[in-house]
Design a protein around this ligand. Structure first.
Ligand code: HEC
Ligand code: HEC
Length: 434
């Protein structure tokens, strides 16, 4: 009876669902759909976390404000730029938590435009003075599933970084704390991004009771510090999970969550287009693999005023961190949710749309002549997709992997009352803060 029932219900199914399901199961290392199902953003028990920084609602709520809080921008190169930037200056929600331009500019930048594209260097900063980095800012969605952060995976004491201890110098000294990548990076980058925190600042901005409620186990002398700020920011980012994306709803059994075209795109992703061969982690990233696909570096991006150079070690990917020949030019396999909205793609911002990304993988011709052919991933080879197939795959990336309700992760206001994510005068105008 049961068998018969299963058969007849299968017959009623859209063959696209049957095919997609089969392919997703094949790509799943655990042979079930659960592997690809993201936990709900408030399902703290099922979100991976750093044992020293257990998730709770107060920490997440506090981090949600601090990520956007321009009141922490207290160590700029010039006093005129005080309180003008935040983490979200380079990780703008509507721009896929990326900068909305090829390169983010925090301290030393002015303006926002519609979505980050209008930011330029403050005229009184010399070219080498703004806070800019030698790679495009990563989308921070789903970072809970990333044990070692950055394009090179250099932050974090666990997982891939066991055995790299001799490289933990400079900013990476914080790896010796033994924490996972996210918490480590959140501590390390506060000085990189010219932010300050202490008890007076916390009190003045109005966050003291939040810190007291979030970190009661810290003695007061350590409660308002780089570490607690990092823990709150990390808690917010761990819960930044686009679990309402249509593909997620489809995986959970709602077959009408995706259109037939999106399903065809999903089928291509998990078959002919070969994307799943590398993007097969929970967030369609890969937490443990680094590959060279031969894209250009950030200093080659067009139209940027604050490019970093040929010798930036970020151009070497994981090899710039481990200094091993086998790691040269290999970059992390990034997650693919809510990339739609981003203005530039790949670590060097060489592509301006998801369509251009798909065309690049379809042609499989490396564009960076510095990357030796022997380093290029064997999975990077021409796909022979038809124009219709390219359309379908792009729609899958743009729609099926896009959670449209990301507003739930953006605070109504920050306690300082300042404009955010930027607070320079031009940004205040652009953002409608006046
Ligand atoms: C000036 C722009 C800028 C600002 C400001 C900024 N970031 Fe980033 N962020 C970047 C860049 C660039 C990368 C990629 C760096 C790399 O891979 O070398 C990045 C990467 C990250 C990642 C790694 C994600 C992953 O999947 O590996 C996290 C987490 C992160 N940022 C959090 C923060 C936090 C928290 C703040 C505020 C304290 C912040 N960022 C402020 C530019 C910025
Ligand atoms: C060889 C493994 C591999 C395969 C196969 C692969 N990717 Fe990737 N993907 C990567 C790596 C590595 C990066 C980062 C490259 C860089 O920026 O240097 C990346 C980057 C991307 C990005 C840009 C993300 C960002 O943050 O800018 C998108 C989108 C993407 N891949 C989608 C796809 C799609 C769609 C396919 C199938 C057509 C695919 N990938 C096939 C490894 C792979």
């Amino acid at each position: 009876m049961l068998l018969l029932y299963a058969c007849s219900s299968d017959e009623l199914k859209n063959p696209l669902d049957v095919e997609l399901r089969k392919l997703v199961l094949r790509a799943s290392p655990t042979n079930d759909l659960d592997h690809f199902i993201l936990p709900d953003a408030n399902d703290f028990d099922n979100i991976p976390q750093e044992p020293a920084n257990p998730l709770n609602a107060i920490k997440v709520e506090l981090g949600k404000m601090l990520f956007y809080e321009t009141g922490l921008a207290l160590d700029p190169k010039y006093p005129e730029a005080k309180n003008s930037y935040s983490c979200a200056t380079c990780h703008i929600p509507e721009a896929g938590f990326m900068p909305g331009r090829a390169q983010g500019i925090a301290d030393g930048g002015t303006g926002f435009g519609l979505n980050g594209e209008g930011r330029t260097k403050f005229f009184f900063y010399a070219d080498n003075e703004p806070d800019v980095q030698g790679a495009r800012a990563l989308n921070v969605c789903n970072v809970a599933f990333v044990p070692n952060t950055t394009w090179a995976g250099m932050f974090g004491a666990t997982d891939n970084n066991i055995g790299t201890e001799s490289k933990w110098t400079g900013d990476l000294t914080f790896n010796h704390l033994g924490l996972q990548g996210l918490e480590t990076q959140a501590i390390a980058v506060q000085s990189v991004h010219r932010m300050l925190i202490n008890k007076d600042i916390v009190d003045t901005l109005g966050y003291k009771h939040y810190f007291d409620a979030a970190f009661p186990q810290f003695p007061e002398s350590e409660r308002y510090s780089e570490v607690t700020l990092a823990y709150a920011l990390s808690a917010y980012l761990r819960a930044l999970i686009p679990h309402k994306a249509p593909f997620q709803n489809w995986l959970k059994g709602n077959e009408s969550a995706m259109t037939d075209q999106e399903k065809r795109g999903g089928i291509l992703f998990f078959s002919k287009a070969g994307c799943y061969k590398c993007h097969n982690g929970k967030a369609l990233h890969n937490p443990n693999q680094f590959y060279a696909v031969g894209v250009k570096d950030l200093y080659e991006a067009e139209g940027e005023v604050n490019k970093t150079g040929l010798n930036d070690k970020r151009n070497l990917g994981r090899g710039g961190f481990t200094e091993k020949a086998e790691d040269m030019f290999k970059f992390k396999v990034p997650q693919l949710y809510n990339m739609h909205g981003g203005s530039h793609f790949f670590h060097g911002s060489s592509k301006k749309s998801l369509r251009e990304v798909v065309e690049y993988f379809n042609d499989a011709i490396p564009e960076n002549s510095r990357v030796p052919a022997s380093q290029i991933a064997p999975q990077f080879r021409a796909l022979n997709l038809t124009p219709e197939e390219i359309d379908d795959l792009v729609i899958f990336l743009e729609r099926s992997l896009y959670d449209p309700q990301m507003n739930r992760f953006v605070p109504q206001e920050v306690l300082s009352g300042f404009c955010f994510p930027n607070n320079d005068i031009q940004s205040q105008n652009d953002l409608g803060c006046n």
